[in-house]
Design a protein around this ligand. Structure first.
Ligand code: AKG
Ligand code: FE2
Length: 356
């Protein structure tokens, strides 16, 4: 190769890239039917031509309709008032969610928990999570009661469009503990093109200065102006200088809100024992942390399924085990890949003492 002229080398590189693209094309096309969202990582998803023809908008609309149908099927499981609040705002907020004694028991149990976890470092912030799978829950009777509480399960399930929500963690956000720029989650963004449920049962009081979850009410709705906005963004997003936008989690300047017909963001400065269940296809961010370092601890849940599946899944407990086994396998795959590179995966393992 060294004896080749620079031109020939360039040609060979170009040719092997083109061959690779050709071989990967079927996989990239098939991934249009999944939650894959990266404009930069998938030349089909990011194609300015296909997006000009409406690819991104079509995925938005189909995912929206599939989720609307799933939520419709589950609508008898939640109170009409909660459904109306969710349809209007994109979130459901419940203060004093658990009876006081039950919450105190939950808080004591979780604060005493010493278990292996995973941590993600982003900017100056560490997000630490302990997965509440059946192993962890075996020693956590109060958390087990919460996760099987009908009211809790049904609220999360409705927003997720799922009969079961297996992804539950103890999450601690430690802001201002690393040297580095601010946490990228503090920029207003959408998580992905598909409706997605995230839930927080706060174990700490959260005030304006301690990075409250912040949401733009009504921004979960796929209005005409939202579709037009995402259409425009989809044309050039693959080349966005913002890495996370290019990867499909669009960062949205606050100055774009009036054009979208949306109000100012609302910060959830809330007392402990408040439950917030939100659709994070809506615009949201983690509020700025003005008092550093700062910890925010919560029972956190997330559900993101195939965006085009119109059904809410199966009601059996073994589905949760399967779901979490797949999730663990994915994490382990990331560990192996990172080890080969000699680096850390984005969710690095943390031993019990350090994480708690
Ligand atoms: O934890 C928060 O306040 C929100 C972070 C966020 O953007 C997310 O979880 O999607
Ligand atoms: Fe987010």
């Amino acid at each position: 190769m060294n004896s080749l002229s620079p031109n020939k080398r360039k040609w060979i590189r170009g040719f092997s890239q083109a061959l690779k693209n050709l071989l990967l094309l079927p996989i990239r096309v098939l991934s249009l039917g999944t939650g894959a969202k990266s404009f930069a990582g998938n030349p089909v998803i990011g194609s300015p031509l296909l997006n000009r023809l409406g690819l991104h908008v079509a995925r938005l609309v189909l995912a929206d309709r599939a989720m609307a149908f799933r939520r419709l099927l589950l609508s008898p499981t939640v109170a009409a008032g909660d459904r109306a609040a969710f349809r209007r705002d994109g979130f459901i907020l419940k203060s004093d969610f658990l009876p006081a004694a039950e919450f105190a028991a939950l808080e004591a149990e979780i604060r005493a928990l010493r278990a292996p976890g995973r941590a993600c470092h982003q900017g100056d912030t560490i997000t630490h999570r302990i997965l509440l799978d059946h192993h962890a829950l075996a020693g956590l009777p109060t958390a087990r009661r919460l996760l099987s509480d009908r009211r809790y399960r049904r609220l999360l399930g409705y927003v997720a469009g799922r009969l079961r929500v297996p992804g539950q963690w103890v999450q601690t956000i430690r802001s201002g503990v690393l040297p580095g720029p601010p946490d990228p989650q503090t920029n207003l963004h959408i998580d992905t093109f598909q409706p997605t449920m995230k839930a927080w049962l706060f174990l700490d009081d959260v005030d304006e200065a301690s990075g409250p979850f912040t949401y733009v009410p009504g921004s979960h709705r796929l209005t005409r102006s939202r579709l037009a906005y995402e259409y425009r963004r989809s044309l050039g997003e693959r080349d966005s200088p913002d890495r996370l936008s290019a990867r499909g989690s669009l960062r949205v300047p606050v100055t774009d809100l009036p054009g979208l017909g949306l109000p100012a963001p609302r910060a959830f400065a809330v007392k402990r024992n408040t439950l917030v269940v939100a659709d994070t296809r809506g615009l949201h961010r983690r509020g700025d942390v003005l008092r550093r370092p700062s910890d925010r601890m919560e029972i956190w849940a997330m559900a993101r399924t195939n965006p085009f599946n119109p059904l809410p899944g199966l009601p059996f407990a073994w589905c949760d085990r399967l779901d979490l086994a797949l999730y663990r396998a994915w994490l382990e795959h990331q560990d192996t890949r990172a080890a080969k590179r000699g680096g850390q995966p984005s969710w690095r393992l943390v031993p019990p003492a350090e994480g708690s």
